[in-house]
Design a protein around this ligand. Structure first.
Ligand SMILES: Nc1ncnc2c1ncn2[C@@H]1O[C@H](COP(=O)(O)OP(=O)(O)OP(=O)(O)O)[C@@H](O)[C@H]1O
Length: 283
C-alpha cells in the first residue's frame, strides 16, 4: 500500500539555521494524523514543505495524489460572499465539486449570501475547510485548524473532518496544540520537537506499547524490557512512563497511558523517541 505521505531525511533551513533535521515519517492512506510539538518545533515548516510552499534543503517528500492546504489564518477574501468564494474556487480548480460544497455549507447553516467578514470564527473555519475539500484532494493538510475556535466550533470542525474521511478517499494531516481535541478523531500521531521527529505511528499501537509505572522511590532501576521515556517523583513514589508492554516486578504497578500522558512525556523528554526502525520507514 502506497503511503499518502512519506518524508525521508527531510531537512529545511532558514538561512543557516535548520528548522527541520533528518525527518523521516510516513502516513498511510485514510488516516487522520495529528502533528504535535511545542512552539517553534517546526510544525508549520513541515506542513509548508509537504504542500510545496517550501523547498527541502535535504531529503525527499512524496505525496500520493493531489494536496489541499488550509493555512493557519484561514485566508479568505473578507469582501466576498460565501457564494462568491465558492465561485472563485470553481474557476481556479478543475476538480472542484460545487454541488458537494454548497450542500455541505447549507447543511451547516452557513448563509451563502453572507460576506466572509460577517461570519463567525467557526463559520469561517467551515468555509475554509469546504473550499479545501471541494478540490477533492487525496491529502488535506491543515495548520492549526482549531486555533481561536471555541470548544463547540472545534468539535464541529473535527466532526466535519471525520465525515469527509468517511465519505471520500482522503488522508488528513493537521497540526494542533490541544491534545484533548484529537483523541476521538485522529488515529495517527506525529510529534516533532526541536526540528526532529520524536514519535510517528498508529495511536492505538503507541498507547498499547507504553505503560505508566508507579512504584516506591527506592525501586531502583526500571524493570527489564522497558525503556524510560519520562521519570518523576512525588514524595515516596516514583512514576515512570516507559516504552514496553509488560512488567513482572511486583514492586511496580502498571497501567496504559492516555494520549495526553504519552504526548506530554515525549514533549518533556526531547531526547526520547518512538519511531519505526529506519528500514520500516524506507520500505
Ligand atoms: N521565515 C522564517 N525565517 C527564519 N526562521 C524561521 C522562519 N519561520 C520559522 N522560523 C523558525 O523555524 C523554527 C520552526 O518554526 P515553525 O513556525 O515551523 O514552528 P511551529 O512548530 O509551527 O511553531 P508554532 O507552534 O509556534 O506555530 C522556529 O525556530 C522559527 O523561529
Amino acid at each position: 500500500m502506497t503511503d499518502a505521505l512519506r518524508t525521508t531525511g527531510l531537512g529545511v533551513r532558514y538561512r543557516r539555521t535548520w528548522a527541520l533535521r533528518d525527518c523521516s515519517l510516513a502516513v498511510p492512506p485514510g488516516r487522520v494524523a495529528a502533528l504535535l510539538g511545542p512552539n517553534g518545533a517546526g510544525k508549520t515548516t513541515l506542513l509548508h514543505a509537504v504542500v510545496g510552499l517550501l523547498a527541502p534543503d535535504a531529503g525527499t517528500i512524496s505525496v500520493a495524489g493531489q494536496v489541499a492546504f488550509m493555512a493557519q489564518d484561514k485566508p479568505l477574501y473578507d469582501a466576498f460572499t460565501v457564494a462568491e468564494t465558492l465561485a472563485f474556487g470553481r474557476r481556479l480548480n478543475p476538480t472542484w465539486d460545487d454541488a458537494h460544497a454548497v450542500a455541505r455549507l447549507e447543511g451547516l447553516g452557513v448563509p451563502l449570501d453572507r460576506r466572509v467578514s460577517g461570519l463567525s470564527g467557526g463559520q469561517r473555519a467551515q468555509v475554509a475547510l469546504t473550499v479545501a475539500l471541494a478540490r477533492r484532494p487525496s491529502l488535506l493538510v491543515l495548520d492549526e485548524p482549531l486555533a481561536n475556535l471555541d470548544p463547540l466550533a472545534r468539535h464541529d470542525v473535527m466532526r466535519a473532518l471525520m465525515t469527509a474521511v468517511a465519505e471520500q478517499p482522503l488522508t488528513v494531516l493537521l497540526s494542533s496544540h490541544v491534545v484533548a481535541d484529537l483523541r476521538d478523531t485522529c488515529d495517527w500521531l506525529i510529534v516533532i520537537n526541536g526540528g526532529r521527529v520524536q514519535v510517528s505511528g498508529d495511536i492505538d499501537d503507541l498507547l498499547a506499547g507504553h505503560l505508566v509505572l508507579t512504584g516506591p522511590a527506592g525501586a531502583g532501576t526500571p524493570p527489564a524490557g522497558s525503556r524510560v521515556v519520562e521519570a518523576s517523583r512525588t514524595g515516596t513514589r516514583t512514576r515512570l512512563l516507559v516504552r514496553g508492554t509488560s512488567v513482572t516486578d511486583p514492586r511496580w504497578s502498571a497501567r496504559p497511558p492516555d494520549l495526553e500522558e504519552l504526548v506530554m512525556a515525549y514533549l518533556r523528554s526531547p531526547d526520547a523517541a518512538a519511531l519505526p526502525a529506519p528500514a520500516e520507514v524506507r520500505a
